[in-house]
Design a protein around this ligand. Structure first.
Ligand code: TXA
Ligand code: MG
Length: 329
């Protein structure tokens, strides 16, 4: 199979609809990362997603819908705080977990009685979702455990020959996956941090919890327990106050003939004097936007990526650090 990469126009949308209606999968852009989508009502189609990605079958998928889709056909018991949050942040990079009505394929939630719903803000994603007018189950469009894709080219690298179509919507500006928020309790709880931060949520509804997964625990969001976001080369992570150690390792590796690269934010990049730097830029949103891009760039040219954590660790950086730590494990 040759994987087509198409700009999002009428003929691409019409082809994507045909593929989805025939039980196939299509890669789609979103404002966070690219997704690998299938009709959420179709068991076999959703199973294909797990197969293509090599994804563990107890890690549930997010269902994506367009902004006018009536989600009360999919989930129930939507609390008032969730309605406020939807008003404040949707469409956008916030996924909300509700009690499922069981109308989509049971494969989507891997047997859980909840369903994660996301309304992406990306214009191309909205066009696609509106065009097919179906709930689309979609994980990130990478091979399982690899770095998530933020360009059509990244998807092509991972899935060429395995899927029929990639809709090309340019670079995903957000750069890290959506915030996953449990909306089944009396107050919201962040299951996976992202661009919509716990502070932003608390500002709207007064309080917001955060779920911290520890090894060996039964995960309420199964995705938390898996290895993730890893580049295909060696990786090491240093704290922001260990720039000296990072540079020493860089010099050591370089003198052994290894191609070493330091991955860090603009602030650290200005402090060090080495030839090979993967600069994440400045400010939390820019750093998030560049994280996967630079990890993917790095794995193509480096034998080892030596990452230095940015100094700022709150807000969006909670999500960035979560990914960076897993990438460097
Ligand atoms: O930004 C995103 O969310 C991207 C784009 C494509 O929309 N999607 C994405 O999907 O990151 P994925 O499959 O890579 O991550 C889904 C996360 C996993 O951590 C999974 O465990 C969690 O959402 N999840 C899905 N359904 C859930 C549920 N019913 N309860 C708790 N967690 C759930
Ligand atoms: Mg993923």
């Amino acid at each position: 199979m040759i994987t087509k990469v198409l700009q999002i126009d009428e003929s691409a949308l019409s082809l994507s609809k045909k593929i989805i209606e025939n039980g196939g999968v299509v890669a789609i852009p979103t404002e966070t990362v690219y997704g690998l989508g299938a009709n959420a009502f179709d068991n076999a189609a959703v199973e294909k997603i797990f197969e293509i990605k090599g994804r563990p079958n107890d890690n549930p998928l997010i269902v994506h819908v367009h902004k006018d889709y009536d989600i009360s056909t999919l989930v129930e018991d939507i609390p008032d705080y969730a309605k406020l949050l939807a008003k404040a942040f949707l469409p956008g990079p916030l996924t909300m977990v509700y009690k499922s009505k069981g109308t989509v394929s049971s494969v989507v939630s891997c047997g859980l009685n909840t369903l994660a719903i996301r309304i992406p803000s990306h214009e191309g994603a909205q066009k696609f979702l509106k065009y097919v007018n179906l709930p689309i189950a979609a994980p990130s469009a990478n091979v399982s455990k690899h770095v998530s894709p933020t360009t059509a080219e990244h998807v092509f690298t991972d899935l060429n020959g395995k899927i029929e179509l990639i809709l090309d919507g340019g670079k995903s500006q957000g750069g890290i996956e959506s915030t996953v928020l449990d909306c089944t309790g009396v107050a919201p709880v962040v299951l996976r941090s992202g661009l919509i931060t716990r502070e932003m949520i608390a500002k709207v509804v007064g309080e917001c919890g955060e779920y911290v997964y520890k090894d060996g625990m039964r995960a309420i969001s199964p995705g938390l327990k898996y290895k993730h976001y890893s580049p295909n080369c060696r990786t090491v992570l240093f704290n922001s106050d260990e720039i000296g150690k990072a540079v020493n390792l860089y010099n050591e590796e370089t003198s052994k003939g290894a191609r070493a690269y330091i991955l860090c934010d603009g602030e650290a990049a200005r402090k060090i004097n080495v030839a090979n730097v993967l600069n994440l830029g400045d400010g939390e949103n820019e750093i998030a936007s560049n994280l996967y891009l630079k990890l993917r760039e790095g794995e193509k040219i480096a034998d080892i990526i030596i990452a230095v954590a940015p100094e700022k660790q709150d807000g969006v950086m909670v999500g960035v650090m979560n990914r960076l730590t897993k990438a460097c494990r």
